[in-house]
Design a protein around this ligand. Structure first.
Ligand code: ADP
Ligand code: MG
Length: 360
């Protein structure tokens, strides 16, 4: 297995690939109940992101924060209330089955539950063959057969021919997830949306499956969105990390910087809840640890910062006006009015660096 530290180097250390898939200002509201007075749950608010060729972006947040909704919007399974999705800079329209199929042959999804995503009555061969035939009708019988062997080899299920004849119940969770990845790969996509692909797997095999995805990313120059509630794995796997809270991106930046020195109080909490032995950062503010529990993530506040009711640094401004993502430096930003309290060292250093950089 490759060293996790060499996985997917951070931005700045290599040329950034071109943007393949982009979200601009996505919103998704769900109506709860019927009629004119039905409550509206805004599951996703103003989410923008860019997935670049051959790199991984992590989308991190607790359950209910809107991660899967973002994935579904990107995959075209849900339509945004407002905002845009662009593939190679062109607005995506899902008008008609053909257009949607063409889109799906570029943008594939891998789901969390390897048990639910494979039909138990079909052998492994079936969904793979179906994917290849549907999306690559130009391939003849022999070519399809070769293709199935190839994708099984790519996800390291060998002997491939033998695995193709098995039923899902004859596979472990990790092997099923590899089949799901193989099915996505069979389409030859350029974008892979992986929604908590290892969350339901045994801890002991998670890294192995992530490693498979990472090697495919490199080999096929895939643009990958890696969705997870485990911020520690984001650091190893993704060059950029986006942190979501209650439907909004509250912090974004290079994974390494963000995990070493989180800015947003929510990111600090997430990191404190997922201790990583390699992390050098200081322990979080005691007040933050005491006052904010990592539970209950109901996006109910509609005015002000959605995190304000859990945040010990919140003031009247925070409760009145929702903070936009404000730049911390060239690569990082956080949606917090009180970074001076939440991340004083970071803010201080940025000030010093800026004053050095400014001409006298
Ligand atoms: P995550 O993947 O981060 O756990 P989701 O995107 O699944 O979060 O859900 C975000 C919020 O949107 C949750 O409060 C969830 O209950 C709500 N939600 C998701 N899908 C629907 C739907 N189809 N109808 C109503 N509410 C939904
Ligand atoms: Mg989810």
């Amino acid at each position: 297995m490759s060293d996790p530290n060499t996985m997917n180097s951070a931005p700045g250390t290599h040329e950034l690939g071109p943007v393949v898939l982009e979200a601009k200002g996505l919103y998704k509201d769900y109506k709860l109940g019927r009629g004119r007075n039905a409550a509206v749950l805004s599951a996703v608010r103003d989410v923008s992101l860019q997935l670049r060729r051959s790199s991984v972006v992590a989308l991190v947040g607790e359950s209910g924060s809107g991660k899967s909704t973002v994935a579904k919007l990107l995959a075209g399974q849900e339509h945004p209330t407002s905002g845009e999705v662009l593939l190679d800079g062109e607005l995506v329209h899902h008008s008609g089955r053909r257009a949607f199929r063409a889109y799906k042959s570029e943008v594939q999804m891998v789901f969390q539950d390897p048990f639910a995503s494979l039909n138990p009555t079909h052998k492994v061969r079936y969904p793979l063959e179906r994917a290849v035939r549907l999306h690559r009708p130009e391939l003849g019988r022999e070519a399809v057969a070769q293709e199935l062997i190839r994708v099984m080899d790519e996800v390291r299920l060998s002997p491939a021919a033998e695995f193709l004849e098995r039923y899902p119940h004859q596979l472990s969770g990790g092997q099923r997830q590899r089949v799901s990845i193989a099915r996505a790969l069979a389409v030859k996509p350029r974008v892979l949306l992986a929604d908590e692909p290892v969350s339901m797997l045994d801890v002991s095999i998670r890294l192995e499956v992530l490693d498979v995805i990472d090697q495919l990313r490199e080999r096929f120059e895939l643009a990958v969105l890696y969705i997870t509630h485990d911020i520690a794995s984001a650091r190893y796997f993704a060059s950029e990390t986006l942190v979501m809270y209650a439907g909004e991106i509250v912090e974004r930046g290079p994974s390494e910087d963000l995990s070493q020195e989180p800015a947003h109080p929510y990111t600090q909490l997430l990191l404190a809840a997922a201790p990583d032995p390699d992390r050098l950062g200081a322990p979080i503010d005691e007040r933050l640890a005491r006052s904010a529990r990592l539970a209950g993530n109901a996006p109910v506040n509609t005015v002000g910062c959605r995190f304000s009711d859990r945040c010990p640094f919140a003031d009247d401004h925070c409760r009145a006006e929702s903070p936009p993502l404000l730049p911390i430096d060239e690569h990082r930003s956080a949606a917090c009015w009180r970074l001076d309290l939440a991340a004083p060292n970071l803010v201080q250093r940025q000030r010093e660096e800026r004053s050095v950089a400014l001409p006298q």
